[in-house]
Design a protein around this ligand. Structure first.
Ligand code: GEK
Length: 252
């Protein structure tokens, strides 16, 4: 068996099980090694959202178009898109600026037997070229982009999207009401506890992630998507403080 055909070794996420500096979270090799376990145990709804990305892609993909997965990590959302694409003249591209993620992603793509080729780019999504798109996915990626760069990126995506095309945008959100913010945060932490994370892991991860993940409210997301050029925005999924939106352009 060649190396490319062997599944990469996955580890259990214990990154925050011992005391560590909250400023050193980055998407490096240590995160890539535990990523499937980390995201499944940390993001409520992730295991539902991934297969639904296939369903949504199938609904909006257009023949002869490009599909993009921006912030593809190990390719879970890329593979879901691949399986939803029914036209073999489409091009599917996954983009991530973490070399460790892209390197592992290549293995997962190679292990999947769908015939549609996948191009992987180790690039900043703020700079990657986008054109002739029918479906684009930002599955928990926009939240890591500096807030003042988000409108420009979404405008570029909307301008690259064909009439009738769509953007799937999943994000951790914040709430305007402090009571709701507290209640949803407690529920999220309870979800992590139920998945085996200790109080130390939960509080250390929270401090670390707060330096890099800036959540916004649903109304801010909705308005910015409309301002960017999308015609309709719906929330198709929510679990606690994690949502997935579908922004679409009207057909011509
Ligand atoms: C999944 N979509 O499994 N340019 C490129 N990549 C970026 C940038 C950027 N500017 N900023 C962050 N990333 C995946 C999960 S994870 C979500 C996405 C999470 C990348 C970063 O390297 C990481 O791989 C990904 O965005 C976010 O469905 O960790 O919560």
């Amino acid at each position: 068996m060649s190396d490319q055909r062997k599944p990469p070794v996955q580890e259990t996420d214990r990154l925050f099980a011992t005391e560590r500096n909250p400023e050193d979270f980055r998407f490096d090799a240590s995160v890539a090694r535990v990523f499937p376990d980390m995201i499944r145990r940390s993001v409520p709804g992730y295991t539902t959202i991934i297969p639904m990305i296939e369903v949504i892609t199938e609904q909006y993909v257009q023949a002869g178009s490009n599909c993009y997965d921006l912030g593809c990590s190990l390719g879970a959302s890329t593979l879901a898109m691949r399986h939803g694409i029914r036209f073999m003249d489409c091009r599917l591209t996954g983009v991530d600026n973490s070399a460790a993620m892209i390197e592992r992603c290549e293995h997962y793509i190679a292990l999947d037997d769908h015939p549609l080729p996948v191009e992987l780019r180790c690039e900043d999504i703020l700079a990657t070229p986008l054109e002739n798109a029918s479906v684009t996915t930002l599955n928990f990626t926009l939240q890591f982009v500096p807030p003042d760069e988000r409108a420009g990126l979404l405008t570029r995506i909307a301008e690259a999207t064909r009439p009738g095309g769509a953007l799937i945008l999943s994000e951790k959100i914040r709430f305007d009401s402090p009571q709701e913010q507290d209640a949803q945060t407690r529920l999220h932490h309870e979800f992590k506890r139920a998945n085996g994370y200790s109080d130390l892991e939960i509080s250390q991860k929270r401090s670390a992630i707060e330096q890099v993940l800036i959540p916004e409210s649903l109304s801010d997301h909705r308005q910015r998507l409309l301002d960017a050029g999308f015609d309709q925005v719906i929330v198709w999924y929510q679990c606690f403080n994690f949502v997935s939106m579908l922004a679409t352009r009207s057909p011509a």
